[in-house]
Design a protein around this ligand. Structure first.
Ligand code: F6R
Length: 359
């Protein structure tokens, strides 16, 4: 199964463009349009608020999903950690709709919430990679991720697949509601373009080994910073690096640095900045300058049209709603090459299991 790969994580990182294409074709009907089961759409149209429930990387994908659902479908969306929601349930809207995001479909923390929302008889949709999994069987509806088996403990292709499926869902609902943003967004062709651009980015892996040697060899910690979607991807990049490199690593909203975190910056502290937002790139750049002037070793990961001389990693251009599909790839590669440099087991990091079936 591994073919020419040494480990599943790299195989799964490189499968991501193909997964994007698979999702587009699986959700395209005979008339050439993307479509979602009518019953799911009517249930969503009847709801006044979406609650996304997930853990870990799936929760991070949910943060991007919120942006897609609010922009394309104009449905207010909240994203909750399963383990928090279960015991500190927020005040719910009148007609909530629950989306359970789970690669494995077996995560006990999420199931615990689903059991509760089923008791309340609220409609639910599980988006999962494993059809027939517990969360899939127990929810009202299921949408498959079509990512193929994800073997490495550190989740990669499930994250981008979740974003892709959520974007199709958001865009179909948005079109049903005649929302302008959805009507002018050709989700299938934007996803296909993203797949192509992901391929381009993934063929350029030459610099990562040097980059991590330079930035992460002599350190115990590292930071990812960004704003908006870049902040959400920063959280995911930090989690991936923690999981397999064992470095202490955090993702921060870059505007928050000056409210405390910047005290941690010392000579050579590694800071990775994600810069893909049209409305926030200048602010994040200025935050990057602030940490640089305090001695940080920095790496700027920047969308092509915002790039400047000296930026380290340039992301080929995609639709602004899909920048996370691009910016997450360097963070996955940084984690992978760091684990490799440290001689860690890339696919089976210490203390972690692929699916967490206890609360
Ligand atoms: C991170 C990771 C975990 C999972 C989390 C949820 O790389 O693998 O954070 O994302 O345990 O798992 P699923 O998506 O199976 O519910």
């Amino acid at each position: 199964e591994l073919g020419s790969y040494d480990c599943y994580m790299m195989k799964e990182i490189e499968e991501q463009p193909a997964v994007m294409r698979k999702i587009v074709s699986a959700y395209t009907t005979e008339n050439g349009q993307v479509a979602i089961d009518e019953r799911i759409i009517s249930s969503l149209l009847a709801s006044d608020r979406i609650y996304i429930i997930a853990c870990g990387t799936s929760w991070h994908a949910g943060l991007i999903g919120k942006n897609l659902l609010e922009k394309l479908a104009e449905i207010p969306t909240e994203v909750h950690l399963s383990s928090e929601f279960g015991y500190h349930t927020p005040l719910l809207s009148e007609k909530p709709f629950f989306i359970y995001l789970s690669q494995s479909g077996e995560t006990a923390d999420s199931r615990q919430v689903l059991v509760q929302t089923n008791k309340w008889a609220y409609p639910s949709l599980t988006i999962t990679n494993v059809l027939g999994s517990t969360l899939s069987r127990e929810a009202s509806f299921t949408l498959p991720l079509y990512a193929g088996p994800e073997i490495a403990v550190a989740s990669t292709k499930a994250y981008t697949a979740q974003i892709a499926v959520l974007s199709i869902l958001a865009s179909v609902v948005g079109r049903a509601k005649k929302i302008m943003a959805a009507e002018t967004f050709d989700v299938a062709s934007e996803l296909s373009l993203a797949a192509h651009q992901m391929d381009t980015l993934l063929t350029k892996q030459g610099k990562y080994q040097d980059l991590v040697e330079k930035m992460l060899k002599q350190t115990r910690n590292a930071f990812f910073i960004g704003r908006g979607a870049d902040y959400s991807v920063s959280l995911e990049g930090a989690l991936k690096l923690k999981e397999i490199s064992y470095l202490q690593c955090e993702g921060f909203a870059s505007g928050e640095l000056k409210h405390g975190t910047i005290a941690l910056i010392e000579e050579r502290t590694p800071v990775f900045a994600l810069i893909t937002g049209q409305s926030t790139h200048l602010q994040t750049r200025s935050n990057l300058k602030e940490v640089e002037s305090r001695g940080a070793a920095t790496c700027a990961i920047v969308m092509e049209d915002l790039a400047q001389e000296g930026d380290d990693i340039i992301l080929p251009k995609v639709h602004e709603l899909f920048t996370p599909l691009m910016s997450v790839l360097p963070t996955q590669l940084i984690a992978y090459y760091t684990a490799l440099m440290k001689g860690n087991n890339v696919d089976k990091p210490r203390n972690l299991a692929k699916s967490v079936t206890v609360e």
